[in-house]
Write a protein that binds this ligand. Structure first.
Ligand SMILES: [Zn+2]
Length: 428
């Protein structure tokens, strides 16, 4: 029964994706944003018209209309006539980007306690592709595939936790993480599960904080390394508050691996007490290790970010790590995280690059996403770039006043149009 129910709900979403009461309810027709033509034969299914397109894969940052046909980008041009499309999404005055890719989320709702429902937090907010960062391990992945990947409208990929139980143990009322029992780290089973699900799993995830990996963190990291090497995929390492030093952890990372929570404050981060980026981190970057943000509930500090950026070290990817304990602030969503980096001095084009083009380069399986080249999947995000005075808060409670806020307005995935949810960010 459960299956039948969720299947029909999915069909409902699909069927009503364009020109329906769902969309009209979220984007009122009187707003003039969405215009449906009377049916006849049209060259294009959907036209996203009048917006400023920011697509770093094509070095475009100017006005372009996007014509979509059969779920793919059919044409990018200025002034494509509205009469050529069945539906027109009027994006005048708005920012239009490839659908965002969030490299670090948790969407195993109901199994990993920190997880949140996928679609309302992602596709409804401009994010068409997410990478779940280790919520599932080998034993819990089949359920993740069945109940999340196959059900969500958001495109869901995953890094598989080296612990077979994934992130199912740690919650507010049970502070014990998935690697305190080292026998739960199983490189062979992890590699075998990845082999079975290579279309969804992009690599191996490990968390090294002491309440999660104890004092045997390096041993656990060695096992994650073994699994990642066996399947020739990247390792994503969550740093901070670990028993072992960042120097010893970095030494085990190779080209293509990802360090998440890289701009955290406090112990186990990438800077020393004087704010200097550690030599071991520079060496890892030189080897081709990527820095990911993974803002999270305890893992992003404005102070660290300001120190690191001053040394010309930029994150490769900007991800949210949005989850149960930060979705109502301070993270909210990926768009707010990107806005914080604009406050830190990155340009709009630079932040969009780190949530579209760069993630698609880190993971081979995401090649072809994060772009609006003709022929690509028609994944599009539309934002208002609001001007004002916005209070942004980091994971330590420090605040900064930013003057630009990206606010998701609408999302298109594979040519289907989705509505939006608003972002509760404090306004002065
Ligand atoms: Zn996380």
């Amino acid at each position: 029964m459960k299956h039948v129910h969720s299947h029909s709900r999915r069909q409902f979403l699909r069927k009503t994706a364009i020109g329906s009461s769902l969309v009209c309810g979220l984007i009122p027709e009187e707003s003039g944003l969405l215009k449906a033509q009377t049916p006849r034969s049209y060259k294009y299914d959907l036209l996203v018209k009048g917006g400023r397109l920011v697509d770093p894969t094509q070095e475009i940052s100017t006005n372009r209309d996007i014509a979509i046909s059969g779920g793919k980008v059919a044409l990018l041009a200025q002034n494509i006539p509205e009469s050529e499309a069945l539906h027109v999404l009027r994006a005048h005055g708005k920012i239009v980007t490839p659908g965002l890719i969030d490299m670090h989320v948790h969407v195993y709702d109901g199994v990993a306690p920190l997880s949140i429902p996928c679609d309302p937090n992602h596709i409804a907010k401009g994010v068409t592709t997410v990478v779940d960062a280790g919520s599932a391990g080998a034993n819990t992945f089949p359920g993740f595939r069945k109940y999340i990947v196959n059900q969500a409208d958001t495109r869901v990929k995953a890094m598989l936790n080296i612990s077979v139980v994934g992130q199912s143990t740690l919650s507010r009322d049970n502070v014990w993480g998935e690697l305190l029992e080292l026998r739960f780290a199983n490189p062979k089973l992890t590699a075998a599960t990845i082999e079975q699900h290579r279309d969804v799993i992009l690599g191996v995830k490990i968390r090294l904080t002491q309440n999660i990996a104890g004092t045997h963190d390096l041993q656990a990291l060695g096992m994650a390394r073994e699994a990642a090497d066996a399947v020739k995929l990247p390792l994503m390492v969550h740093i901070g508050g670990s028993h072992s030093s960042i120097k010893d952890i970095m030494a085990m990372l190779k080209k293509g691996d990802v360090v998440t929570h890289s701009f955290r404050g406090g112990d186990g981060g990438i800077i020393d007490d004087n704010g200097r980026v550690l030599p071991a981190v520079h060496q890892a970057l030189a080897r081709g290790v990527h820095l990911d943000i993974g803002h999270g509930a305890g893992s992003f500090s404005f102070d660290t970010a300001e120190h690191v950026l001053k040394q010309d070290v930029l994150p490769g990817t900007i991800s949210s790590d949005v989850h149960q304990w930060n979705v109502n602030g301070p993270v909210f969503d990926l768009a707010t995280t990107l806005s914080k980096f604009m406050q830190l001095g990155l340009s709009l084009d630079q932040v969009i690059e780190r949530a579209t083009k760069n993630p698609s380069l880190v993971h081979r399986q995401l090649n072809g996403l994060g772009t609006l080249k003709v022929g690509a999947e028609a994944d599009v995000a539309v934002f208002d770039l609001e001007e004002g005075d916005f209070v942004f808060t980091d994971a330590l409670g420090a605040t900064r006043i930013g003057h630009q806020l990206l606010r998701p307005v609408a999302t298109v995935k594979g040519g289907h149009l989705y509505g939006m949810a608003s972002i509760p960010v404090t306004r002065l």
